[in-house]
Design a protein around this ligand. Sequence first.
Ligand code: ADP
Ligand code: MG
Length: 378
Amino acid sequence: MLGAAASLLNIKVLVLDSGDSAPAKQVIAPTPPLSHVDGKFTDEESVRQLASQVDVLTVEIEHVNAQVLEDIMKDSSRPIQVHPHPSTIKIIQNKLTQKRHLTKYGVPVVDCQEVIASSADPSTSMQGAIKTLGLPLMLKSQTLAYDGRGNYVVETEDDVGKAQTALGDRPLYAERWAPFVKEIAVMIVRSASGTVVSYPAVETVHKENICHIVFAPLRGTDQELDGKARRVAEKAIQTFEGAGVFGVEMFLMPDGEILVNEIAPRPHNSGHYTIEACYSSQYENHLRAILDLPLGSTELRVPAAVMLNLIGASSDMSEITRVCQKALTVPGAAIHLYGKSESRKGRKMGHITIVGNSEAEVRSRLRPLLEALPDNDP
Ligand code: ADP
Ligand code: MG
């Protein structure tokens, strides 16, 4: 999607990912002698191979080798820009470091504390966390977490062993359970000079820890909520360095307080709706920001939009195409399939955005798609 936005601006893009048919490589043709890189974004050699061919480097995932990015940026023999700043990626890629950073700058987050399996010290032991944070609590991996893979709900003391086995030997931390009323997300664009602008706040609905549906703008009667959520998100992103778009996931608590759940230093699933629903998409604005071009408008250009993630239920790809076939008959529906070679349970295979003249209209247009989902769960 970043590549598609870049091609409309004649911006040449090279991609580092594994395999020749990685999704982004399917839509971007490199101009010889430049070439895409076949490798892992954690592999130093591969990152350097990409860097040697470009002027600006950016990421679409935070689980990259941030140290190499920092070294490349400091290398004075050939100045290249890296956005967002590697220090930002380093802070964000560890969720506990990220939470401590936000707390330091006065951004409200859920209470949490580090958990070391072997520790007997109450400030780092599981027992200490249960005592301080109460039950249930969310045990989370500090690193390499996405789509709920890295979270375990500890309801009773009996779950502790199961949780630690499930999360493996990754560094862990515990979070107080957040009995949120709804989940909200805001996409922020941070310009090269550090100015932040926000997209409208949206409601994200998760299923089994994975983002399932996004409603834009926020539903409900609270006229103040959009502004409140945007201000919290803008404040959070002001604390980081470097340009680009950031996704800010938040919890709306029963007393109206907004807590930041986590931040993504890149285009984000909760901002996919901006392609069809806003004047400039999150992808176009990411490019404008990292290339130090004037930012595009973040305003909605339609009254309402809804995005449905197409998440694999099994290896059966026809379950996904059945929903897409239904979408072809729905006015205002735009299908995005990612070109992934196989479907797997829990894998994001694509998404569908529906725009319309009102929330009621997009909800009624969404209904037949929900009915076509494999588990038919409205
Ligand atoms: P991921 O990196 O996988 O997106 P998150 O930390 O955002 O992980 O958690 C995924 C989802 O799990 C959240 O969107 C929310 O629905 C739920 N969740 C996360 N943390 C908590 C918490 N402390 N209390 C209650 N629910 C939570
Ligand atoms: Mg999340």
